[in-house]
Design a binder for this molecule. Sequence first.
Ligand code: M6R
Length: 366
Amino acid sequence: EKGGYDHFMLKEIYEQPRAIQDSYRGRLLADQGLIKMAGVDDNLEKFMNANRIIIVACGTSWHAGLVAEYIFEDLARIPVEVEYASEFRYRNPVITDKDVVIAISQSGETADTLAAIKLAKEKGAFVFGVCNVVGSTISRETDAGAYTHAGPEIGVASTKAFTTQITVLTLIALKLAKEKGVFSQSKYHEFLTELENIPSKVEKALLSNDLIEKVAAVYKDATNCLYLGRGYNFPVALEGALKLKEISYIHAEGYPAAEMKHGPIALIDEQMPVFVIATKRGHYEKVVSNIQEIKSRKGKIIAIVTEGDETVKELADHVIEVPETFESLTPLLTTIPLQLLSYHIALMRGCNVDQPRNLAKSVTVE
Ligand code: M6R
């Protein structure tokens, strides 16, 4: 049932090219220059008239929500707030019938996310679900939605659910960008075509597995790690850190790279591995100067870079390449090596990769 893989997590990491494709199949019609999503098409007015979009989720799904915030604001120019469902539900939040709430949940059973949805509905908001499990409670409780179609995710550490959530949310943002006239037909077409290239680029990113295993062997005994990224890749840094914590039990923190000098920089010494997402475009030069700051404090730098990068290679202890793509689509690629790194490190530490201690696949109690 693990399809020849040692663990579900590894199988699910490798399923991503296919899962991403499944998440846009029948929706992304690049040749016709069209995105068809029934849940959005049927409620287009709600989305177009929304004052803002509020995204509610937990854990990895919350990280996908953060990526979506960058995408919706950057591409579709719609204001977005991303909320931990657990905080939102108890905060007496301001919600009106002009708000669109998007709830993201792999399982569709997360108690806090469900409660946040109920609250938003009571206040008159239109609630849209992005779930993986078909027929789940959240998919039934929402007014409309789009499934991620990632297939069953068994490993407790979420992998393909994350990349397919981002894909589905990107489709929605692109659709709204086009609808709002923020995007020209040609720009729209370029994006649709590039999105179709993503599965093969993920495939290529997966080819670094052997290199990543070697890097994992170097850092497997670390007690603390930092993950840094900027812009679209800041949420990827958070996700990389969460993945490492939950399956390897190594303490890890994700930060926006520029925040480092507001505190975490004090932690850096020769014992500290720092994973930096430093892909081309997207504040590249600024990330490079952050890398220099780490280097001058003797931190160990493992950088995720764009194929062919020479600058960071000079500075970093290890570089792992991902193919080039549009800045807004980079999270779909930069996430891959970080998933593999956590997997290998956890395995080398003898941890139960698929069922980490203290954790359940779906958190149905608050
Ligand atoms: O099923 P959900 O997407 O609602 O689950 C949310 C979180 O519990 C989940 O993403 C959790 O953080 C994962 N174990 C992370 O890998």
